[in-house]
Each structure stands twice: as C-alpha cells, then as structure tokens.
Design a protein around this ligand. Structure first.
Ligand code: UD1
Length: 396
C-alpha cells in the first residue's frame, strides 16, 4: 500500500512550495499524495491561477476557511482539518512555509499522532511581532521532520535544541517551481506586454502588516516609491490587503499620478516573467528575496530583518527602509550583477524530499495508522499519555 501523504496548501506562497513535491510524490509508486487546500487564500488570482500555472489538480479537500482574525483563521483550519485527517488517516502530513494554516495543521497532526513534516523549516527573523515567526516557532517545535532550505536554518534548529535526527537539509523548493515552469515563464513576455524595456524597470510588492497596516509607514513608503519611480519605472501588483489600505487613504491615486503602474496580483508564470525582466525588486515578501537571489536580480527588502539571511550573505538582497530606499536602489542599479546561488538551490529539492521521506519510512515502514476516535478519547481522558516513543513516531 502506498503511503498516504497530505500536502497542505493554504495561501499564495504555499502553492510554489507544494507543487514540485506534489509532482514528485505523484510519480513515486510508493506514495499517494492528497492535496488539502485550507482556503486561506481564495481570490482566483491568489489561488486558482497558481494551481493552473503549476499544473496542480483541483484539491482533494477544500476547507474553505477564508479570511478572519489570526485566531479565527487558525482555529477554523484546525477544526476543519481535524475532521479530514481523522477520516482520511494519512501516513504523513506535510505543511509548508509559515502561514497560519501551516501552524494549524501541524498542531492537528501532532495531536492526532500523525507524523508531520515541515517544508522550509528553521527560518528565523527573531522578530516575534511577525505572525509568521510565531507560526515558524510553533511548527518547528511540533514537526517530526524538519526539511530546511539552507545551513543557517539547520543552525537555528540546533540552537533551539532540536535533535539532529529530525533535521534534513533538502534545499530550496521554490527554485524547483521556477525550473518546473521555466519554459512558460520565458515564453510569457509580460514586460513587453506592459510596454517595458527588459532591465529597465522595477517590480514592487508589499503586503506585510508592519508596512501596510500602519498608515504612517504606508505614507512613508508611498512617498519613497514615488521618488524611486523618478529613477526607475515601477510596476506594482497590489495584494488585496494592500489595495484596501491604499484605497482607504487615497494613496493608490497618488501613486498612479506619479506614474507607478498599479496592477492586479499576477499569477505565478506572469509574475515571474515580470521579475525575470526587472532591474530590481522592491518588496517585503519572503519568496521574492529568494527568487531574486536565484536570478541575480537586485532585491531591496522593506523590512528591519529577514528570516532568509542567506539571500544577503550569498545573494542580491539588502534590507532597506523608506529613508534609505532611493540610495540603495541607486547602489543596486550600478553594482555588477551577481548570480551566486546558495547550496542546494538547484531545482532538485523535491526529489531529495521524496528520498528523505522514503528513508524515514523505510526499514521500520510503519504503516502509520492514526488513532481512531475511541483511542483518542482514551488518550486525552487521561487513560494514556503520549510518550516520545509512540508507535506513530518510530519511523521518523
Ligand atoms: C498571508 C500570510 C503571510 C503571507 C501572505 C502572502 C499569515 C499570518 N499570513 O498574509 O505570511 O506572506 O499570506 O500573501 O498566514 N484577501 C483577499 N483575497 C484572498 C486572500 C486575502 O481579498 O484571496 C484579503 C482579505 O481581506 C484578508 C487580507 O487580504 O483579510 C489578508 O489576507 P490573510 O490571508 O489574512 O493575510 P495575508 O496578508 O495575505
């Protein structure tokens, strides 16, 4: 019997992490992957378009959670996913990244005694004001297997006392997605469609609450972007959270008047086509810091910290604030282009993940059968305490 593997997809940045793994597991006879979409992102251009671009099938389970406060979203996913996990009884649950659904499903899986794997484990910004940092901490402390993208992530986990046996460095799965659809990205010609000259424009994305939910910070950012637009034409695909904030303060029309091109969020292939032709990205996204490092495109990250320091030490990334954006942009545009990619960012991460899963399930080959409802009642009513050596963990 192939091992049933739940792949949890929730929000835009998850889809690029889950897709290569979905394809690799689907091709492996010993695994039966099942796609679970929590519905954290639901607009067609934040979700369906990514499924289409990355050749993902419709999810087997769609939890339809949608937006809400952190507790509503996290709790909603837990309640809905627990039912699916109990009825479907996967052998493994794979959660990706650092969104609310990641922590929610990790919590459900570990409480049910189902082995949980965290893809993109070990990243730390050390900024607990970031909801994502809390999701990373919770997920890593719970997950049985930690798939890391880079050496700094391994170090972070070791520093938190996580045993070596739980850590496997697999590389950066985002690069697999890029390579998976590179021909489509190269054929897309989005810069030309927008009338932009390759190498002669910048791409902007902003969505972090610390940047867009604070009206004063948003105003400072808009002013800085208007200055930057005088140096380099900017295209700005606007995240729904940001669109609301800009619209409420009439800052969208101010950006437009200055010549900044505001467009709807773009699907993966079209967005990567735009990034590939850009001279620079100005962003607060995690994924774009990595993609620009891989492509050797300058990246100015509008944050005080990054959980991806390797994009600074080995890549093209630099941290900026509204006050330093212009000077750093000038520096980035005049610096020689460097393409120096971190180790294992090579498009083969999904294959390493499958090998690792096989190795861990290997000799002890459980079948890992999650407990049924009666067993759970017994366990949580005090009849049995789950110990580190539970039978659901032996293969891990
Ligand atoms: C979420 C993740 C963040 C990730 C980002 C990528 C958490 C805590 N945050 O932030 O880590 O970098 O996704 O985009 O999990 N909305 C829509 N349509 C959608 C989705 C959202 O209109 O399809 C609007 C809603 O008004 C919602 C707001 O955007 O309230 C924010 O969405 P939410 O998923 O809560 O957080 P993101 O800012 O997208």
């Amino acid at each position: 019997m192939p091992s049933r593997v739940h792949l949890i997809a929730a929000a835009r940045p998850n889809f690029m992490k889950v897709a290569p793994l979905w394809h690799a597991l689907s091709a492996a006879p010993d695994f039966a992957p099942v796609l679970v979409h929590t519905g954290q992102h639901y607009d067609p251009n934040m979700s369906d378009a990514f499924f289409a671009d990355l050749c993902l099938p419709a999810p087997h389970h769609h939890l339809g959670i949608g937006s809400g406060s952190h507790a509503e979203q996290t709790g909603g996913v837990m309640i809905a996913y627990e039912k699916v996990a109990l009825s479907d009884r996967p052998n493994w649950i794979i959660v990706a990244g650092d969104v609310n659904s990641t922590a929610a499903c990790a919590l459900v899986g570990t409480k049910l005694g189902i082995p949980v794997v965290h893809l993109e484990a070990g990243l730390r910004s050390r900024d607990r004001a970031m909801p994502e940092e809390l999701n990373r901490l919770v997920t890593d402390v719970l997950a049985d297997v930690l798939w890391t993208p880079s050496a700094d992530a391994d170090e972070n986990l070791r520093g938190e006392g996580i045993p070596e046996s739980r850590i496997s460095r697999v590389g950066n799965i985002m690069i697999d997605s890029f390579e998976l659809v590179r021909p489509a990205i190269e054929a897309a010609k989005v810069p030309e469609e927008f009338g932009l000259e390759r190498g002669g424009y910048g791409v902007v994305t902003l969505h972090r609450p610390s940047n867009v939910d604070d009206p004063e910070q948003l105003l400072r950012l808009v002013d800085a972007l208007i200055e930057a637009q005088r140096r380099l034409p900017l295209v700005f695909p606007v995240h729904p959270r940001t669109a609301k904030r800009l619209g409420a303060a009439f800052l969208d029309s101010r950006l437009r008047r200055a010549g900044v091109r505001l467009v709807e969020p773009l699907p993966y292939v079209r967005f990567m086509s735009l990034v590939t032709g850009a001279a620079a990205a100005i962003t607060d996204s995690g994924g774009i810091q990595e993609e620009t490092t891989y492509l050797g495109i300058a990246c100015l990250t509008l944050r005080e910290n990054t959980e991806r320091p390797v994009t600074i030490s080995e890549g093209t990334n630099r941290l900026v604030c509204p006050e330093t954006m212009l000077i750093e942009l000038e520096r980035a545009l005049t610096a020689p282009r460097v393409v120096r990619c971190p180790d294992l960012w090579d498009g083969k991460t999904a294959a390493r993940c499958v090998d690792d899963l096989r190795r861990r399930a290997g000799p002890l080959r459980l079948p890992v059968t999650p407990p049924d409802g009666a067993e759970l009642v017994r366990r949580y009513s005090g009849g049995e305490r789950r110990a580190g050596g539970s039978r659901y963990r032996r293969g891990v």
